[in-house]
Ligand binder design. Structure first.
Ligand code: AP5
Ligand code: MG
Length: 218
């Protein structure tokens, strides 16, 4: 299975990618998580990405595309769900070229739809495990113990780019630079839109339903 999750910041891409990865044994490729790991490790890429991420802007395409190429090469034959990539039409075109070189096709692109006011509400209550990327929400999906990951007992933190002014910038960047990617995949007949305002469990249910329909149609 080869999937892409598209949608604005806070739509639940990371939450659902984690669920699907565990359920189907496919690899979750989250460009945001990868970049945060590079920053934590102080790599050249991490240093180059830092300012863009703090401002809520996109990291330049050539850096992201090179990073994705390395991830695709490491997959072997395993399937994947991409969460947070592609975010520009140039990235989508580069991905198409990489997949064509490998003889791989995308199965589906899922668009997570959530209104802006709900996105802001979700992001202000998000806590994450910086080591694994596992996501919680103090309102809708709290950990058993505040500030502690249920799975590995590690500390949870809030992301620096979840401050209200940075969230507003990220929403603008999404509308300007990533909405054209939605149309790119719609034109290719690959897009499935999902109402992602419902609970985490209900969204998972919808997602699995959409993927079953896709398989039945093949
Ligand atoms: P990235 O980390 O990808 O951030 P994002 O796209 O802004 O998305 P988020 O991670 O904020 O949201 P999400 O959809 O994953 O939601 P989540 O599941 O956490 O990117 C960060 C930065 O890296 C970018 O700004 C950019 O600088 C750079 N970058 C990354 N990729 C790049 C690229 N391809 N090109 C260039 N630059 C790139 O859920 C949000 C909250 O809601 C959580 O608290 C969760 O528990 C809760 N929640 C989830 N689902 C539900 C639900 N159904 N109901 C209620 N609450 C829910
Ligand atoms: Mg995410």
């Amino acid at each position: 299975m080869r999937l892409i999750f598209l949608g604005p910041p806070g739509a639940g891409k990371g939450t659902q990618a984690q669920v699907l990865g565990e359920r189907f044994g496919i690899v979750q490729i989250s460009t945001g998580d990868l970049l945060r790991r590079h920053r934590a490790e102080g790599t050249e890429l991490g240093k180059a990405a830092e300012g863009y991420m703090q401002r809520g802007e996109l990291v330049p395409d050539e850096l992201i595309i090179a990073m994705i190429e390395r991830e695709l090469d490491a997959l072997g034959g395993r399937g994947f769900v991409m969460d947070g990539f592609p975010r520009t039409v140039a990235q989508a075109e580069a991905l198409d070229a990489s997949l064509a070189r490998k003889g791989w096709a995308l199965d589906r692109v899922i668009l997570f739809r959530v209104p802006d006011d709900e996105l802001v509400r979700r992001l202000s209550a998000r806590w994450v495990n910086p080591r694994t990327g596992r996501v919680y929400n103090t309102i809708t999906n709290p950990p058993r113990t505040a500030g502690i990951d249920d799975e590995d007992g590690g500390p949870l933190v809030q992301r620096e780019d979840d401050r209200p002014e940075t969230v507003a910038r990220r929403l603008r960047v999404y509308a300007e630079q990533t909405l054209p990617v939605v149309e790119y995949y719609r034109a290719r007949g690959l897009l499935t839109e999902l109402d992602a305002t419902r609970s985490v469990g209900e969204v998972t249910h919808e997602l699995l339903h959409a993927l079953r329909q896709e398989r039945a149609a093949q």
